[in-house]
Design a protein around this ligand. Structure first.
Ligand code: AHR
Length: 336
């Protein structure tokens, strides 16, 4: 009898503690597994909910891996991760779920720039600060997010164009094929704008083909095949908004019977290992780096926000650019 009473007391204590932890909102300890909502630890961890674009490229995988290191870099921070599979509606659902789970910070890598006002207002009303990562958002009220962390995509487009100008000169006669990224994403809009602005005075540079390859290898190959089928003998330059599409395009060019990197000058953005390998083999000409290793910077900015410190409105990631001659030396240093 005595034993039964003791057991009942212990059980109700455990239940109460569990319920308190579950309702604790900003101090809920969560599992770092993808999409997991598990809770129940008694530690007072802070939680970042990260709404990722998808897994469309090597760059994206590297970014996901880097952000997933956050709980190992700081044991007081946990991460909830959601893969949007390149669909804005999935990312909006993820943000709503993070709000319902009362995470402490929402980090959003938005697939496209527009269409975020409503859900970001919901986060603001719930008093959850939002950090925009990698790609930008265009919203009517700038106070809907705390800050942006990522690359300058316009600058990347400018650098890509400058490499071509440096190689061929402003007066050259060039037929350029452009593989665009996901339509409406900052990575596509910004890179295209920077590139086009930079070549605007090069009167004989013509973009004769331009289509989206949605940042994937398979689509990049497919679109390049179509470009080559209609204008294979005219194209002298390929401008790819990311490396994965360029990797696909290199295959298409070889299958078409031309030499990538020689018959067609190739410049792309990111800096993934596969592209460096192709460049070291002479099959591509220049890579403009876009740094996906954003985990440590996201952690730092999140901690500053949680500590009530002022953060810069726009925080730039560090990056470089590489020509074919640098490829072999740089290859062993690549982390993604
Ligand atoms: O937003 C960053 C871009 O998205 C990368 O350049 C590309 O590879 C990715 O899919």
């Amino acid at each position: 009898m005595k034993f039964k009473k003791m057991f009942a007391l212990m059980a109700s204590t455990v239940l109460c503690v569990g319920m308190l932890a579950g309702c604790g909102g900003s101090t809920t300890a969560t599992s770092s597994a993808a999409g997991s909502t598990a809770s129940g630890s008694s530690s007072a961890k802070k939680v970042i909910g990260f709404a990722q674009v998808g897994a469309e490229s090597g760059w994206r995988t590297a970014e996901t891996d880097s952000i997933k290191t956050i709980p190992t870099l700081d044991p007081n921070i946990d991460l909830k991760f959601s893969d949007g599979q390149q669909k804005q509606e999935n990312q909006i659902k993820a943000i709503r779920s993070f709000i319902a789970q009362k995470v402490d910070i929402i980090a959003l890598d938005p697939v496209v720039e527009t269409g975020w006002d409503t859900v970001l207002k919901e986060a603001k009303d719930a008093k959850i600060p939002v950090v925009i990562v990698d790609r930008k958002v265009t919203v009517s009220d700038e106070s809907l997010y705390k800050c942006f962390l990522g690359s300058d995509m316009v600058e990347e487009g400018k650098k890509a164009a400058q490499v071509i100008i440096d190689k061929f000169g402003k007066d050259a006669q060039l037929n350029i094929a452009e593989l665009q990224g996901t339509v409406g994403s900052t990575a596509m809009v910004g890179r295209q704008q920077g590139f086009n602005d930079t070549i605007k005075d090069c009167k004989n540079y013509k973009i004769i083909k331009s289509q989206t390859g949605d940042f994937t290898r398979a689509k990049g190959k497919e679109v390049m095949e179509a470009f080559l089928k209609s204008d294979g003998d005219k194209i002298n330059v390929l401008w790819a908004h990311n490396d994965d599409m360029a990797v696909g395009a290199v295959q298409a060019i070889e299958e078409y019977g031309k030499k990538p990197g020689q018959d067609i000058f190739i410049v792309s953005v990111d800096g993934i290992k596969d592209m460096f390998e192709l460049m070291a083999a002479g099959k591509s000409n220049a890579i403009i780096e876009c740094n996906p290793l954003l985990g440590p910077q996201l952690l730092e900015v999140s901690k500053n926000i949680l500590d009530g410190k002022e953060v810069e409105r726009s925080i730039k990631s560090k990056e470089s650019q590489f020509l074919q001659k640098d490829a072999a030396t740089e290859l062993p240093n690549r982390k993604y």
